[in-house]
Design a protein around this ligand. Structure first.
Ligand SMILES: [Zn+2]
Length: 338
């Protein structure tokens, strides 16, 4: 799976910027050294001129070339040794006059033995995180930090299942969703009261898919609705940017639509929102929707017809239990009390 072309261009630009910075950094260090120890500048000029002599000798190729090359190289080596000891004597680092790289392995070219360097892959993933609007959350939220033990193992009489078991089932479905992402026809609808980990879990899914190279967009419904309105009423100095942002809602491999039902909706925004969802269904692009509303409330708010058409192809997963944010803060409070 390859990332969008635009991401590669962004990363290429970063490497260009890093190389430019490296060069400027070296130029500044060199100027400081030359000012402090003028002899080093003279040595550098000498080294350069010996280098030129070597080249011209190679071109003219006289009979005694071997001998003369050897002498020049010896001379060059002696100059380098002298230069090195002058640097250290004057309190400079041994590599003060060498290029310093962020990545020694690829010397900031991004390529290591004809393959993308590890640092290049890392940058690419970071860029994809940024583009998803989730870079902040993705730093510390992942399946590894998802704490199942926060969910109660007591059976909830209303559902005949414990929040713990319910969440275990949800985790299995999410992990299948990630593994079968290319093949699945499924979309996911997370519903249940706030504070039960819906956003957290969708972030975890986003992270795994971005790492695999898929494009992911995370937006709250509130943000999407304002974006759609700005676009309709042309409320921006950057209409092209707005258009691109809107298009990504249709095109991204995964759209995570957070907090459906919390937006201030009009018949225009409802229609526009469901146009996005419908069009994603037709083009087989996956969507995850989070909502604090019950399925009945959703149907009331957005009309039964729309809901049944759209959500017919969603797997609905109910989050049950107590508000975890409340629970963790109470636990912290208790720990501090002890
Ligand atoms: Zn590298």
């Amino acid at each position: 799976m390859a990332y969008e072309r635009a991401l590669y261009l962004l990363v290429e630009n970063e490497y260009e910027e890093i190389r430019r910075h490296n060069q400027e950094d070296l130029t500044a260090r060199r100027a400081a050294v030359y000012q402090a120890v003028p002899e080093i500048e003279a040595i550098d000029q000498e080294i350069q001129s010996v280098g030129l002599s070597i080249i011209s000798l190679a071109v003219s190729a006289p009979a005694d070339i071997e001998q003369r090359l050897l002498a020049l190289r010896e001379h060059q080596k002696a100059l380098q040794i002298r230069r090195q000891s002058l640097l250290i004597e004057n309190g400079f680092a041994a590599d003060e006059l060498s290029m310093r790289y962020m990545c020694e392995r690829c010397q900031d070219t991004g390529t290591d033995l004809d393959k993308p360097c590890e640092c290049y892959r890392r940058r690419l993933v970071m860029k994809a995180f940024e583009k998803s609007n989730l870079s902040q959350q993705l730093r510390n939220q992942s399946f590894k930090t998802f704490d199942l033990s926060l969910y109660s193992q007591e059976i909830d009489p209303q559902y005949g299942i414990s929040p713990y078991t319910a969440m275990q089932n949800i985790l299995t479905i999410c992990s299948n969703f990630i593994n079968d992402f290319d093949r699945t026809e499924k979309n996911l609808l997370f519903w249940g009261q706030s504070g039960l980990g819906k956003t957290f879990l969708s972030t975890c899914i986003a992270k795994e898919l971005i790492k695999k190279g898929y494009s992911v967009i995370y937006e709250t419904t509130y943000q999407i609705v304002s974006l759609l309105e700005d676009y309709k009423f042309k409320r921006s100095d950057d209409l092209a940017g707005l258009k691109a942002q809107t298009e990504r809602l249709y095109d991204s491999d995964l759209l995570i639509l957070d907090d459906l039902g919390a937006e201030f909706s009009t018949s225009y925004t409802n229609a526009a929102l469901f146009d996005i969802l419908n069009s994603r269904l037709i083009t087989n692009k996956k969507t995850i929707i989070n909502t604090n509303l019950g399925l009945k409330d959703l149907a009331e708010r957005y009309s039964e017809r729309v809901i049944s058409r759209i959500f017919g192809s969603y797997q609905t997963l109910q989050f049950i239990g107590e508000d975890l944010r409340l629970k963790t803060s109470v636990n912290r409070y208790k720990q501090e009390e002890q």
